[in-house]
Design a protein around this ligand. Sequence first.
Ligand SMILES: [Zn+2]
Length: 359
Amino acid sequence: MLRYDWRRWGRCARIGTAATVILMLLWIGDHGFAASGAAKEKNGEPDEIEQRRRLYEAVSLRTGLEWHNIAAIDQYERTISKAHPKTRPIRQDAVTGVYISDSRWSGDLNPNKDDTDPLSIQFFRGIGKDGSGDRKADRGKDEDLLYSVAVQVLQRGSSDEDFSIGLWEYYRNTRAVQRVMQFSKLYKHFNRLDLNGHAFPLPPSSNYSFRSTWGNSRGWGGKRIHEGTDIFAHSGVPVRSTCYGVVEIKGWNAYGGWRIGIRDLNNFYHYYAHLSGFDKKIKTGDIVSPGQVIGWVGSSGYGRPGTQGKFPPHLHYGIYRDRGLVEWAFDPYPLLRRWEREELKAMSPKRKPGGTPIH
Ligand SMILES: [Zn+2]
């Protein structure tokens, strides 16, 4: 039976914070989100996916913008709307996640903020357009919203480069451009919208142990909190992607050691640290699927490149949510338990759940 000195966990607490740009105090506001995690979100339901597909096809047909680019814009908008429900309210029955403010829609100087006349909106330099063919530019209509954004983004042209310039001109935010391009790549690669599956980061049949260590007695005022979950396992146990995503960062970090960061379509950044190594085939910008091996458990970190063995081998796993201009961590523990449960359920019912505890 292996025994680990739990007091040594303190070292790990330095990782998440130092490795990412986070507004530490703001995490409180998002803390409750963990309970409603990614897998539970509505966007996995087949009829909703079907409605979206139809909407993207219609807008694509009218604008010439490829469907995966339209889907990417819509999904990016949805993630930001979800992160800011008060300032970006979305209709209950909306198919699109696009939000456009009334003044941007109708034009800053337009005295009628509810204007639906495409001509007067154009006169006041609003971006609202009629995408449905009823001669009204209606902010309450999915086609009109998505069509209006697509027209703005297409002003430069429709090549990949034009598209990214168009995105920059629309959002004036390089992070937004990067996200939409990542999402577009994912949709194009898989050629479908339903990419919500998840996996537990270690093979459920392997030996591992974890518990909730979120914010573990690290104190607040200027001190670090533990932004993630430590999954203890032997060195060399495969580490797998938990989601469909794009590899955003891969390499050495003084705190996280060999670490890899993967962006998913919920605009979550999945962070895997202390690896003993990476799967050689995986490069930054690559696309990964749930359950795909990306590296192996190790104890790298806390020093110069290659440093290892300063703490027991474990996977530090964190999730950060992009909110447009900043991103911060939320507790991944409930999601980890859910993914573990779901994967075990999908495996043979005879198999004993959970592996053998190692502490
Ligand atoms: Zn940790």
